[in-house]
Design a protein around this ligand. Structure first.
Ligand code: NAD
Ligand code: MG
Length: 298
């Protein structure tokens, strides 16, 4: 099992994609049904007290990047409210157990982030059940490829924007009211914000919006002592990609075009979120940390 502590060649730290990666599930997809299983860090992430006593809300916490972040946050000492969709209960149960095994409180709250009321309830639940909120990690996202604009429905365009952009607006708006100085918001963009794929018109556009939203908000809330940053992953092996995020035939080469010529794993994304959540990044706000296997970014 690979870990983040032993020095090794990052190009070979995890495997390249193979024909076995060509698999499909209905959206939102379950990590428990993927093969090979993504590395969520459960076997390897140690934690060293970097988020002791913090109270974190993590969206998309059941699977993929959000799951690895929820595990890492808990092992760094944070209590975690996990947001996910009701269909993802099987994945979420595993994460709840891992957070509790780390000796931290886990609050599970399934729902639909396209719903403003649910977003408000999530933050209210954190305040009531965790006793506050000082980390908001917005990691949930929707990605459904459509090759031709003629086939991209208003319903999908709307759903992608509601999930990826409006939910950020609603969650940040509700959370900031409760955040004390030292709190951190981390949003999730993508390499797609800068080099959009032709088949991801709606998704890529939302990711550029997330970068700009975050840069504006970071300046606005600096005087409250709240920092806002972004993690922009490259190709990472998660349920998103095998449930309509990519054409199935593209998955055998997933990540091959990055300089490291392999897909990233969720366990490799979590340390970026930990860093941006912790006080270690105290002079960093409005920044985007690109974790993409070495692809150049603006
Ligand atoms: P994932 O499928 O494991 O996580 C996405 C999560 O979003 C789901 O688990 C689900 O809980 C949540 N979600 C989606 N629609 C929702 C809704 N309407 N209501 C509530 N929750 C909803 O996949 P992932 O790749 O880990 O995605 C996490 C983030 O990383 C997303 O924002 C995605 O855009 C971003 N990202 C992923 C990649 C990649 O290659 N995997 C690359 C760049 C950016
Ligand atoms: Mg999921």
């Amino acid at each position: 099992m690979s870990d983040q502590y032993t020095v090794k060649d990052p190009a070979t730290q995890y495997p390249k994609a193979t024909p076995e990666y060509q698999q499909q599930q209905p959206a939102p997809g379950l990590e428990t049904a993927m093969h090979p299983k993504p590395d969520d860090g459960a076997e390897t992430y140690h934690g060293s007290g970097r988020l002791t006593g913090r109270k974190a809300v993590v969206t998309g916490a059941d699977s993929g990047i959000g799951r690895a972040v929820a595990i890492a946050f808990a092992r760094e000492g944070a209590d975690v409210l996990l947001a996910y969709m009701p269909e993802e209960e099987a994945d979420a149960r595993e994460v709840v157990k891992l957070v509790e095994d780390a000796g931290r409180k886990a609050v599970a709250m399934p729902g639909d982030l396209k719903d403003e009321q649910y977003c408000e309830q999530l933050i209210a639940a954190a305040v009531e059940q965790l006793g506050g909120i000082d980390i908001l990690a917005n990691i949930a996202g929707m990605q459904q490829f459509v090759p031709d604009i003629a086939d991209l429905t208003t319903e999908q365009f709307d759903a992608t924007f509601k999930t990826n952009v409006y939910s950020l607006f609603w969650l940040c708006k509700a959370a900031i009211k409760h955040m004390k100085p030292g709190s951190a918001i981390i949003n999730t963009s993508s390499i797609q914000a800068y080099t959009p794929a032709p088949i991801l018109l709606d998704y890529a556009t939302t990711k550029a919006a997330i970068n700009t939203f975050s840069k504006s908000l970071a300046q606005q809330v600096a005087e409250k002592g709240i920092r806002v940053n972004v993690v922009a992953p490259g190709p990472v092996w998660t349920p998103l990609q095998v449930s309509g995020g990519q054409p199935v035939e593209a998955l055998k080469d997933f990540g091959a075009k990055t300089p490291l010529s392999r897909p990233g794993q969720p366990a490799e994304m979590a340390p970026a979120y930990v860093f941006l959540a912790s006080q270690e990044s105290s002079y960093i706000s409005g920044e985007t940390l690109n974790a993409n296997g070495g692809m150049p970014t603006p």
